[in-house]
Design a protein around this ligand. Sequence first.
Ligand SMILES: Cc1cc2nc3c(=O)[nH]c(=O)nc-3n(C[C@H](O)[C@H](O)[C@H](O)COP(=O)(O)O)c2cc1C
Length: 310
Amino acid sequence: MHVGTAELASAVSNAGGLGIITALIFPTPEELRKEIRRCRTMTKNPFGVNMTLLPSMVPPDYGAYADAIVEEGVKVVETAGNSPGPIISKLKKAGIIVLHKCTAIRHAVSAVKMGVDFLSIDGFECAGHVGESDITNFILLSRARQTLKVPFLASGGFADGHGLAAALCLGACGVNMGTRFMCTVEAPVHRNIKEEIVRAQETDTTLLLRRWRNTTRLYKNRVTMEALKVEHESPTGKFEEVAPLVSGKRGRQVFLNGDPEYGVWTAGQVIGLIHDIPTCAVLVARIEKEAESTLREKLSFFKDSPPSKL
Ligand SMILES: Cc1cc2nc3c(=O)[nH]c(=O)nc-3n(C[C@H](O)[C@H](O)[C@H](O)COP(=O)(O)O)c2cc1C
């Protein structure tokens, strides 16, 4: 949310990744349609669209957003937040490749049964909705490798080529990165927030909303800590008591006004591994080079392997 615009998606795709536009940033399917068209003018490479199907009091018209995606000829859709059930048949009928992101192997298995093509396995380290089972990627990725018959990406906790190399060794065919791309030149995020990310440590995130089984990893600031206090201490457990603190509108302002204490905003534990604000092109090239040299170096431990040239 708030970050997956054409600016960032096209920059990631131009760098050789698969950039993703977040559908629900746009208040209507018509505005999403315009953003997809704008993104096409900014990159010749493929990019995807994310549809986040989180439970909500007034759910958006997911079908109408899916229609816009299909009609605009998008080739890859990432579903997340809930079962892809409400939109998968529409997407598959249109020949779209569906990537489903989830935090539990049992959800991955049922998504495959519904027809998703590949998965993004989101470990407990990740930014945003971490699920309720708290399994980190060391276990989750190996469980995915042991269980799934379709390819999967490793998501949550990745920022560099060492991480990519590790993900490949655990069985993933690539990585999905959120927090790392937030801290690039092209991300539509105020410079102060990017600098805050550079300063932050891996201990600077916390979980919120577990009481309501909607656990979310957020940057630790005054608002998050106040909401956490209400969550722990409220005798009623009414969500309305934390709602004003966790409001998405207030969180969005953080990225616009650059005040990291203004509202809640999400970041993963990987925040502790981010030390600069590169362009997407520099970042992706660096990750690729690091992953290659890491893998070559480890291979050179084998007596019969040719020595690494890197
Ligand atoms: C600012 C921000 C906003 C996000 N918004 C969404 C979203 O709207 N839908 C979604 O499926 N994931 C969202 N995510 C999660 C990412 O897509 C990704 O799963 C996660 O960041 C991976 O963990 P990482 O941050 O360690 O890379 C968001 C992440 C960040 C950092």
